[in-house]
Design a protein around this ligand. Structure first.
Ligand SMILES: [Fe+2]
Ligand SMILES: [Fe+2]
Length: 251
């Protein structure tokens, strides 16, 4: 059995509110009788992309567990690389922050779907060619492709401007590849769907939740509900069996 704790969108900004929501999850993970095999954080690590915010995240995630991180639209490549050197292993400098990481029997292809200065996601031709090459390499264990912006419409008038573009080319690269699941964040919702024939599993937003247009709006009129429970996903992989995902909302 191989267990991934999939966290997303902590949006750390030095505030007690953001820190305490992340700590609700890390504290809960610390109570497990069997530690998870890896913690994956799918972007919007910092709220303003500042090095101090990355230092805060690094301090919050100090444990013996392997931790993988990738950028979201609130992140900035250079301070992210500088503040998270112990967690990020990506060739080159600046943008994009692509990574291929192996933890135990699993391989994680961590794709930077961000566009500097923009909120929507996009994969350049260079990024897609790199991804195609990585996914064409032989690998026996489970392969997870993780990125911030999910390739879907949320049917939300504001959020839909900020989703992943370049979907057709991305779909062409992913189709037919051996991939266990696509793991995403950004929409601040636990979400399960498919893309290019693969499962898409989105982690809840640690910092907040985005209600759908037909759900009650937050009392303050914002698109994010900061009073909703924080949460994360547990992906459990057992060789020869379909992946199982459990969502947890620790109080
Ligand atoms: Fe976010
Ligand atoms: Fe985001």
């Amino acid at each position: 059995m191989y267990v991934i704790a999939h966290l997303s969108d902590p949006h750390l900004d030095g505030s007690e509110e953001a820190r305490s929501r992340l700590r609700r999850i890390t504290s809960y993970l610390g109570t497990f009788s069997r530690p998870v095999d890896v913690i994956l954080v799918t972007g919007d690590l910092a709220d303003h992309g500042q090095e101090a915010e990355y230092a805060e995240l690094a301090a919050e995630l100090t444990s013996d567990l392997p931790v993988l991180m990738l950028p979201g639209n609130h992140d900035v490549s250079a301070p992210l690389r500088a503040g998270l050197t112990a967690y990020v292993d990506s060739p080159g400098e600046g943008h994009p922050v692509h990574q291929v990481r192996e933890v135990g029997e699993a391989r994680f292809v961590l794709v930077d779907s961000t566009v500097p200065g923009e909120d929507h996601g996009l994969l350049s031709d260079e990024s897609l060619a790199w991804l195609d090459g990585v996914l064409s390499e032989p690998f026996d264990g489970p392969v997870f492709v993780a990125f911030h912006h999910p390739p879907l419409d949320l049917h939300h008038p504001v959020m839909d401007q900020w989703m992943l573009r370049s979907r057709e080319a991305f779909e062409a690269v992913l189709t037919g590849k051996r991939i266990t699941a696509l793991l995403t964040g950004h929409v601040h919702n636990a979400i399960v769907t498919t893309f290019a024939g693969h499962p898409v599993l989105g982690a809840p937003g640690i910092r907040s939740t985005v209600p759908l247009p037909f759900e009650p709006s937050p009392a303050d009129g914002r698109i994010v509900d900061t009073a909703a429970h924080t949460g994360f996903a547990l992906h459990v992989h057992t060789p020869g069996e379909p992946l199982q995902t459990f969502y947890r909302f620790p109080v």
